[in-house]
Design a protein around this ligand. Structure first.
Ligand code: 5GP
Ligand code: MG
Length: 177
């Protein structure tokens, strides 16, 4: 499978900024006295997380988890495992999962199961993008940035074979005909 090398912009950096501000406003309202633990999935969420938390005006902690799901390339293997888990206890804490993209929902559902075993007081999901047409494993997204069509996204942290994470806009790439 081969992709054109030039990504096209789907969501501009200006639109991203407006939406990250909106999400942060909602989270600021809901978590004011809750001292949440934000759990981000590496690597793709790192830029979204960095922008989001700088708009959050409340005490919080961040944790990173690393899951093996997609290998190199575009298709999921369908099997997930925890490569790097939480480095702190979240029992009794308010956990907010920060996701770059929810596609079939497999990864986020797996992460939610993993986190529920740690007995937090609450768990919610914040996702910058979602492809509902691809969903196979339903889930509730409490804070959603953009609903997107079934395209393969790169940029703003998202990669194709580790490339394109540094693009400032959310872009898509298409398969060559
Ligand atoms: P899911 O388990 O929901 O099918 O897929 C979630 C994971 O698949 C994301 O965290 C991301 O790693 C990868 N993924 C899904 N769609 C895309 C996409 O359009 N672009 C990129 N770069 N990764 C994607
Ligand atoms: Mg992800």
């Amino acid at each position: 499978m081969s992709f054109q090398s030039k990504p096209s912009v789907l969501i501009s950096r200006q639109e991203i900024e407006v939406t990250v501000n909106r999400l942060a406003g909602e989270i600021n309202n809901d978590y004011r006295d809750k001292h949440p633990v934000l759990v981000a999935v590496l690597k793709g969420s790192f830029i979204f997380l960095a922008d989001l938390i700088r708009r959050l005006d409340l005490p919080l902690e961040i944790e990173f988890v690393r899951l093996s799901s997609y290998g190199r390339g575009k298709e999921s293997s369908g099997k997930i495992s925890v490569v790097q888990g939480l480095s702190t206890e979240v029992k009794g804490r308010h956990v907010l999962v920060v996701e770059d993209i929810i596609d079939t929902g497999l990864t986020t559902n797996f992460l939610l199961d993993y986190l529920r075993q740690k007995e937090p007081s609450s768990i919610k999901v914040c996702a910058l993008t979602s492809k509902p047409s691809r969903r196979k494993f339903p889930l509730t997204i409490d804070y959603l940035g953009f609903t997107i069509p079934d395209k393969f996204l790169v940029g703003y942290g998202l990669d194709y074979d580790e490339k394109f994470r540094n693009l400032p806009d959310i872009c898509f790439i298409e398969e060559e005909q």
